[in-house]
Design a binder for this molecule. Structure first.
Ligand code: FAD
Length: 469
């Protein structure tokens, strides 16, 4: 590859200011967890779909591979370059415009670099709701959300990013543009290309825009915390909440005691609404009728659960500000955990009914093999998705602990997940982190089909090579 010639061609296509080559590129080269630090040949920041296509064609002509990047909040090392110094990071950050809002069709069309929080805000300004929500929403982009098929806290009611997307615009590995921005809820015209690109983590095409579903805003949203003695009780509470609230149950998050202990320790300014308990559940209820109605339904659910001994205590937020504080407790867990030091993360999915037995057996197996490890267990129980993370024993340097035990811990946890018929990646994707896991644990048939798709769409392996497959 003639790097100087490629850089010159990229500067001619985008303008020198949008081709970053020298200086500090840490923001693009280091991932959020600070586990992967690569070296880019350049970071390019195209401002339009035509410019993205031109970058792809130029990189192909010069033999360079491309790493698409949104907000760089991914947790599996998929959005940063490798260490070769030959990859081009293609940042979508300048492509953040809203192209259209169609209130009657309940859709919004935005460019891929639109930050999720800004997208939620645009929907709110139109009096509507874009429900995708996750703790990194202030930086994560909709392109990254779709490329990873992000989940988050509202999946129970509205589904993953995939379920919220009606159409895509994609630049292919050949530098062509697929215009698939239909706002249709029904379209059975051949293979579903949209669903192929969603969740492909930048390995099949570059998402440049999307048409997304909007929803009416609920008249009221009420949040509560409840404490339970066991995960079995949390599951029982989920069943009661689903029966009582139906689709009005929009969030159901669990937090293990140690996860909240870390929040207390690292963010002491956050008020703790309930006394520490083995498990704390955060419930959210959205109601089309109004706040009073929502609150009454919620309170009767929690009172009945208290009477039945399913929960030990509960508090219903009195105001939007208090609701926000309760959510902050939940959303501060990843930060508190990273303050505590490197840890072994597992983003697993299981049948909800299997979760108590899975945790009981796997907790015990981990303690037997790695005495003193601390479990930061929390997540989207309503979706059967746990962030089952393992922190080094207190006083043990995390780096040394991970270097020695990470592989064995992963093995133990993923074997247990497999024994319960679960998934080793619920919502974060594969990236670099779980590529070997995918190769080891997916069936030969599934891997063969995936490789055939990659070969058909990107035969030169130019898009995010070494990620996923
Ligand atoms: C504190 C915190 C909390 C989080 N909580 C959640 C959660 O609850 N649920 C959840 O699902 N995730 C969560 N995440 C993970 C992360 O936020 C999501 O994966 C998010 O969707 C990534 O968006 P991004 O724009 O930052 O993508 P990046 O990190 O930039 O990229 C992620 C992947 O997508 C590819 N990509 C990015 N943009 C494009 C594009 N336009 N076209 C093609 N490929 C592209 C990249 O190459 C990479 O493989 C969390 C992360 C943090 C830091």
């Amino acid at each position: 590859m003639n790097a100087a010639a490629l850089l010159e061609a990229l500067r001619a296509a985008l303008g020198a200011g949008q081709v970053l080559h020298e200086g500090d590129l840490t923001a693009y080269e280091l991932d959020w967890r600070k586990r992967w630090r690569g070296k880019a040949l350049a970071v390019v920041r195209p401002g339009s779909t035509a410019e993205v296509a031109e970058v792809v064609r130029l990189c192909a002509a010069h033999g360079a591979s491309i790493v698409p990047q949104g907000g760089n909040t991914g947790l599996v090392g998929g959005g940063v370059p490798d260490t070769s110094g030959t990859q081009v990071v293609l940042s979508l950050s300048r492509m953040n415009r809203v192209r259209a809002v169609d209130a009657a069709n309940l859709t919004i069309t935005v460019e891929a670099g639109c930050v999720l929080q800004a997208l939620q805000q645009h929907a709110a300004e139109a009096g509507l709701l874009f429900p995708l929500s996750l703790a990194a929403e202030g930086s994560a982009t909709i392109g990254g959300n779709l490329a990873t098929n992000a989940g988050g806290t509202q999946v129970l009611r509205y589904g993953n990013a995939r379920e919220l997307c009606l159409g895509l615009e994609v630049v292919t590995a050949q530098g062509e543009v697929w215009h698939g921005l239909a706002g249709l809820r029904k379209d059975n015209t051949g293979y579903d290309l949209r669903d192929l690109f969603i969740g492909s983590e930048g390995t099949l095409g570059i998402i440049t825009a999307a048409t997304l579903k909007l929803y009416p805003r609920p008249a009221a949203t009420v949040t509560a915390l409840a404490s339970c003695d066991s995960l079995a009780q949390c599951v029982a509470l989920l069943g009661r909440a689903q029966a009582r609230l139906g689709s009005g149950l929009t969030g159901f998050e669990v937090m293990g005691r140690f996860a909240l202990d870390l929040v207390r320790q690292h963010f002491p300014q956050l008020p703790q609404a309930l006394a520490p308990a083995p498990w704390t559940v955060l419930l959210e209820h959205a109601d089309a009728e109004g706040e009073q109605q929502a609150r009454l339904r919620f309170e009767s659910l929690l009172e009945a659960a208290l009477e039945a001994g399913v929960i030990n205590d509960a508090v219903v937020a009195e105001s939007l500000a208090q609701s926000a504080t309760l959510w902050q407790l939940r959303e501060s867990i990843p930060m508190a955990q990273s303050e505590e030091g490197l840890n072994v993360k597992h983003d697993i999915a299981l049948a909800v009914s299997d979760i108590p037995a899975f945790c009981e057996r796997t907790d015990a197996a981990l303690q037997a093999s790695f005495p003193g490890v601390r479990l930061v267990n929390f997540g989207h129980l309503g979706d059967g998705n746990l962030h089952y993370n393992v922190q080094a024993p207190a006083g043990t340097p995390p780096d040394a602990f991970l270097a020695q035990h990470e592989a064995a811990i992963n093995h133990l946890v993923y074997d247990a997940v497999a024994a319960f018929g679960g998934s080793f990646s619920a919502e974060h994707g594969i990236g670099a982190l779980k590529r070997d896991e995918l190769a080891e644990r997916k069936s030969a048939v599934a891997l063969g089909l995936m490789r055939a798709i990659k070969q058909a769409l990107d035969p030169q392996n130019r898009l995010n090579p070494g990620r996923v497959l």
